[in-house]
Design a protein around this ligand. Structure first.
Ligand code: HEC
Length: 169
């Protein structure tokens, strides 16, 4: 067993391109984990859009972003997975939402350039983990009510990302 943390960084545009014709067992585990990320990503993003659409009417309302952060804390405390809502524009609403480690910083750079998915596999003494980052574009005009600088970002480009860390099992 290798001591310390070995990080192999693989950047891809879209997950399915990674799939070999006949996946080995360990590749099948990676693909299962990717599938979970895709499912979580759809669920979390649908919830944020729904809350923003139905409950957030002016700047004083409790933002879906804050609700998502509270939800992600609860999910982490239950021991399921790590997921963070982060800025990629360089001007976060809250400084704690900046990309933190090397993976998140590189992913933010790639998403800003127009990719919609970035991933990396981390091998640690504690097992393997899938790091994944998915783009958050300005999905509705209401987003700019509280983040006015999003108006300067080209349409469809990422303003934020969800950063995931899931155990590969
Ligand atoms: C009512 C005001 C409001 C609206 C509307 C709003 N946000 Fe936010 N957003 C916030 C606040 C406040 C935070 C900081 C939350 C925290 O750290 O607890 C935040 C955080 C974020 C973050 C994390 C990075 C950062 O800036 O801190 C992203 C990305 C984000 N929002 C994207 C969006 C998108 C996309 C939309 C439209 C679907 C949206 N927001 C709508 C207020 C808002």
């Amino acid at each position: 067993m290798v001591k310390g943390v070995v990080v192999s960084l693989v950047l891809v545009g879209a997950a399915p391109r990674f799939l070999p014709a006949e996946p080995k067992e360990e590749d099948a585990a990676v693909e299962r984990t990717r599938r979970t990320v895709r499912m979580l990503d759809d669920v979390y993003k649908a919830a944020v859009v729904l809350i923003t659409d139905k409950y957030v009417h002016d700047e004083d309302d409790f933002p879906a972003g804050s609700a998502a952060i509270a939800l992600f804390d609860a999910v982490r405390k239950k021991g399921w997975h790590d997921v963070r809502l982060l800025d990629v524009t360089g001007e976060p609403y809250d400084a704690k939402n900046r990309p933190r480690d090397e993976f998140e910083k590189k992913a933010a750079e790639q998403l800003r350039k127009g990719r919609d998915y970035v991933e990396s596999i981390e091998s640690t003494p504690d097992g393997r983990f899938l790091r994944a980052a998915t783009a958050i574009p300005v999905v509705m005009p209401k987003c700019t009510m509280c983040h006015p600088h999003y108006k300067d970002v080209p349409a469809g480009r990422a303003v934020g990302m969800l950063s995931y860390r899931l155990r590969i099992e």
